[in-house]
Design a binder for this molecule. Structure first.
Ligand code: 0WE
Length: 256
């Protein structure tokens, strides 16, 4: 039996076929979910339309800049018209201005701090509020986080602070939405070579560090993030909410 048969979902954060959002979307779809997708900006439109169309020509694919309330409103209006209901939502969206991921954290500008938090953390709150009225039969919201939320990872800087806000928001949302049977959880993924990771200096070194030091002595693969995404979306996780689940080959348990 497919684990997500008949579920209706929306996925924020596909940029290309290497995106974590795409890995989780494929896993959700394989388990029987019907999905809508959003993309950020004209640059990604073609990519996401091509990927989304693999689930059928009538797949709902909408532009959404998560920093614009009017975009978010329109997305959930159109999802409401097409689906009538929503069960699943994936938040796999983050951005900090490049210069904030390079120098010293102490030099983070007010504007870089604001943008990082708006795109990467506040967006979860706004999207959850948009999804909530459609999740009439309960639901599962999954957001992507990273270890830099709780420990200092060199150069992750303001993104670590924004992920900390995302994880705390996950707990407050879980408390707020629990009575409506809407669960909210984070997957804290080990490093994955995606568009967001490309060009980050020292990323190759980080992958080798995880290989050498994680209990499983390897890096997580996108398919495993997909499988964890399916679990959190499924009835198997019906009593799990407000949690950060580490899908990182065990790296997070190590003290040294
Ligand atoms: O959350 C992330 C990356 C998110 C991200 C990536 C970029 C690159 C391009 C946010 N904003 C931007 N802005 C850009 O201009 N990760 C978990 C991947 C990541 O990014 C790092 C990491 C890891 C791991 C940055 C520094 C150090 C480690």
């Amino acid at each position: 039996m497919a684990l997500l048969e008949g579920k209706l979902g929306i996925v924020f954060g596909v940029a290309n076929k290497r995106s974590i959002a795409w890995a989780i979307a494929q896993a959700w779809a394989r388990e029987g979910a019907r999905l809508a997708f959003t993309y950020q900006g004209e640059r990604l439109k073609e990519n996401v339309e091509e990927l989304g169309a693999t689930f059928g020509a009538d797949t709902l694919i909408l532009p959404c800049d998560v920093t614009r309330d009017e975009d978010i409103k329109r997305v959930f209006e159109q999802v409401g018209e097409k689906f009538g209901r929503l069960d699943l939502m994936l938040h796999s969206v983050a951005f900090a201005p490049r210069e904030a991921l390079e120098g010293r954290f102490v030099n983070t500008s007010r504007e870089a701090f604001r943008v990082a938090h708006d795109v990467s953390a506040y967006s979860l709150v706004a999207l959850a509020r948009g999804a909530m009225p459609l999740m009439t039969n309960g639901g599962s919201i999954v957001a992507m986080s990273y270890y830099g939320a709780e420990k200092v990872v060199p150069h992750y800087n303001v993104m670590g602070v924004a992920k900390a806000a995302l994880e705390a928001s996950t707990r407050y949302l879980a408390s707020d939405l629990g009575p409506q049977r809407i669960r909210v959880n984070c997957i804290s993924a080990g490093p994955v070579n995606t568009l967001a990771a490309r060009g980050i200096s020292g990323f190759g070194e980080m992958l080798r560090h995880y290989e050498a030091h994680s209990p499983l002595r390897r890096n997580v693969v996108p398919e495993e993030l997909g499988a964890s995404g399916v679990f959190l979306a499924s009835d198997g996780a019906a009593a799990i909410t407000g949690q950060v689940i580490y899908v990182d080959c065990g790296y997070q348990i190590m003290g040294m």
